[in-house]
Write a protein that binds this ligand. Structure first.
Ligand code: NAI
Length: 265
């Protein structure tokens, strides 16, 4: 099998969850520019439809899908609708996520369960639904949106860190089970990117830690980087393109940390 790295996704169909905003939106737009037809899945259907409209207006192929990734029926319907519309499913990017900041001793159990459900149940349900099509077609790539927090811990993020570590396990099992079906898995582990999930955290962390917002950015978010820089949505989308287009099993079951040097494996 070839090892020539491709940058084209022509003829491929991708599903990106949490694609109405932030990293998911950037990945969906990048995949569409690379020639893929893209399902824009999100809780926020209006936002998903707006992203799909922009892609279609630019000459790409996309449509919005109402999907709560924790709801098995909605996930299965969304995946089946996408396959009915575009004919296959080649790439899943399981990206939808939230963040809640609190110390373990005060964390509400309901909020803990919600975080694990979106990140872990969502990854499992979308993977299971996608594999029904990928295994039949004998090809596919599943990309999980992990985090530097798949490898490192930070204060106030117990369920997030737990869930992001868990995604490494799911990706590794899928790499082993998927190999004979020509299905690969990857985890992308971004450092901090200034999307809405992070903008919301800056004042919350400042309050919890009793420091200024500037100190949160400099001393908490970017302290471990080699250059004090934020990672960008484009950095993550280009990594997602490289992984989706990589042609063989040399890369499977691994995590790729994109973080300006924060956590080196
Ligand atoms: P964002 O807040 O901009 O986008 C998240 C999207 O997920 C939103 O459109 C939201 O509606 C959707 N969503 C939330 N719950 C959902 C559900 N139950 N079903 C379907 N969609 C749902 O956040 P961002 O930054 O783009 O985050 C995307 C992923 O990247 C998350 O998994 C996050 O943990 C991860 N990540 C983000 C980093 C950052 O610094 N922004 C760093 C490392 C990882």
């Amino acid at each position: 099998m070839t090892t020539e790295v491709q940058t084209s996704l022509a003829g491929k169909v991708a599903l990106v969850t949490g694609a109405a905003s932030g990293l998911g939106k950037e990945i969906a737009e990048t995949y569409a520019k690379a020639g893929a037809a893209v399902g824009i899945a999100d809780l926020n259907l209006e936002g998903a439809n707006a992203v799909a409209e922009q892609i279609n207006a630019a000459g790409g192929k996309a449509f919005g899908i109402a999907m709560d990734v924790t709801d098995e029926a909605q996930v299965n319907k969304g995946v089946d609708d996408l396959v009915a519309h575009f004919g296959s499913l080649d790439i899943l990017v399981s990206n939808a996520g939230i963040q809640t900041i609190e110390s373990i001793d005060k964390f509400e159990f309901a909020k803990w369960k919600k975080m694990l459900a979106i990140h872990l149940d969502g990854a499992f349900l979308t993977t299971k639904a996608a594999l029904q099509h990928m295994y039949k077609a004998k090809k596919g790539v599943v990309i999980y949106m992990g985090s530097v927090h798949s490898h490192e811990a930070s204060k106030l993020k117990a369920p997030y860190v737990t869930a992001k570590h868990g995604l490494l396990g799911l990706a590794r099992v899928l790499a082993k089970e998927g190999a004979s079906h020509n299905v690969r898995s990857h985890v992308i582990c971004p450092g901090f990117v200034r999307t809405p999930i992070v903008e919301k955290q800056i004042p919350e962390q400042a309050k919890e830690l009793g420091i200024t917002e500037e100190e949160v950015v400099k001393n908490v978010m970017l302290a471990g980087t080699v250059d004090g820089e934020f990672t960008t949505p484009q950095d993550i989308a280009q990594t997602a393109l490289f992984l989706a287009a990589f042609p063989n099993n040399a890369l499977t079951g691994q995590s790729v940390v994109v973080s300006h040097g924060w956590f080196m494996q």
